[in-house]
Design a protein around this ligand. Sequence first.
Ligand SMILES: [Zn+2]
Length: 521
Amino acid sequence: MFWTDEIADDIIAKNPNQKKFIIRDEKTLSGRVHIGSLRGVVIHGIIAQALRERGKEVEYYFEFNDFDPMDGLPVYLDQEKYKQYMGQPLYTVPSPDPKYKNYAEYFGEEFLAVIKSIGFDPKIIRASDLYLKGKYNKWIERVLKHPKEIRDIYKEVSGSIKPDDWYPFQVICEKCGKVGTTKVTGMNGDKVTYSCEPNMVKWAQGCGHKGEVNPYDGRGKLPWKVEWAVKWCGLGVNIEGSGKDHNTSGGSHDISERICREILDMPPPYNIPYEFFLIEGAKMSSSKGRGSSSKEIADLLPPELLRFLMIKIPPKRPIDFNPEGTTIPVLFDQYDQAADQFFMDQKTFPDLERLFHYAQLSEKEPKKHYLPRFSRVMFFLQMPHLDAKKEVSALKGEDLTKEDIAEVNLRVDYGKKWLADYAPEQFKFEIQKELPKVVLTDTQKKFLSDIAKLMTEDLKGEELHGKIHEIRKSSTLEPRQAFEAIYLVLLGKNSGPQAGWFLEALDKEFVMKRFNEASQL
Ligand SMILES: [Zn+2]
């Protein structure tokens, strides 16, 4: 069974009488959002879809976490300008672009545009709103009544020993506005006393202020593992998966689960642990802060393909993505195979059919249409005088429908970007207007002149390909030497597209003239 269906059925089996489910995910908006964070959004999004398709009501919340402190400076930011904000809650840091309300909104909106482009529309909530509106007040009150129990949970689950004067809360300093630098020093009725420490963390410096505040309505925040449990309870979350890093034994999920059950008296949500999305390849260096953000990967692939890529591997396995090499043409081929299964009457691979179903942007049934092979479209794109739509129509053997045309245009658009940035040499070629400087053996020259004669017959690609192979066999040439001659004189390089289809698509007179010219060198 396809993994999405398996999880959705399992959720329902464990909650047979529940009609409505709350699903939640979040991202701390500390900078450009890495593609890895999209994996969680997609997993939650299609589980929401699968539950809806099973007749359940679902609310999918995605939180812009804008209340965490700024604890690192991305390399693409003006370091001088931003270092003063280190330690402040992200929603109080100015946006790199003044059109956005704050730093977190700027990166959040860019990520949200990607989320929407692949067909998900979660309800956006903001950590700052929830804190400031007092949504977590009653849970904060409960947490602050049990500092010792929480310290014990940390110790039992992860072995981390918190000092006896440690309280699970951080105040936003009333003087300098930082939250990453403060330490609660005690409780005084319904207030907490705190100090803003100059040397508590390496990445920010506190101002030394000491004060006393009421800890509610956004005056401070809970530490992550406690906060996570409060977030579940505050919204009544039923389902929330999380990355591998949170799901190690004794890790943050284990701690949050125990706080949820034992301190907040609520059941923790159904967990879907998922592996990383890894980006590989020399061009994808994230140290430069480029190449692996959600937006950058989304720009490489049509939305359905990106969604397909995210869904085809079950959550428990990592996704390794290297846009260089043959990855993208292979991904298109896999998508086309899944489409074949979907539209086929007798399904031989039901999981592929389900995968295609979940890869669609709309929950409406997709309309069957012609999917031209990506590598063929790349070939048409690089042939002078060829019109991709006309060629695809010839491949289909019929006129193209509106949906077919949209598909060709899509593959042409993304194909152009791929050819420019990522396509390996074997996929790229350019017809040379003049005969390139080449050295050919006499046997190679004879081979080319024989093909030139063959070109006078009106042969289709496959036939032509067969005949070229026959000529090669009757000569003393190795296949590599033979085909190299064709590519060298036309493209100036020693490899190229499949010869028969390639020559068929070129102007016959041009090929004959070029091959004869080369054979007389
Ligand atoms: Zn301060």
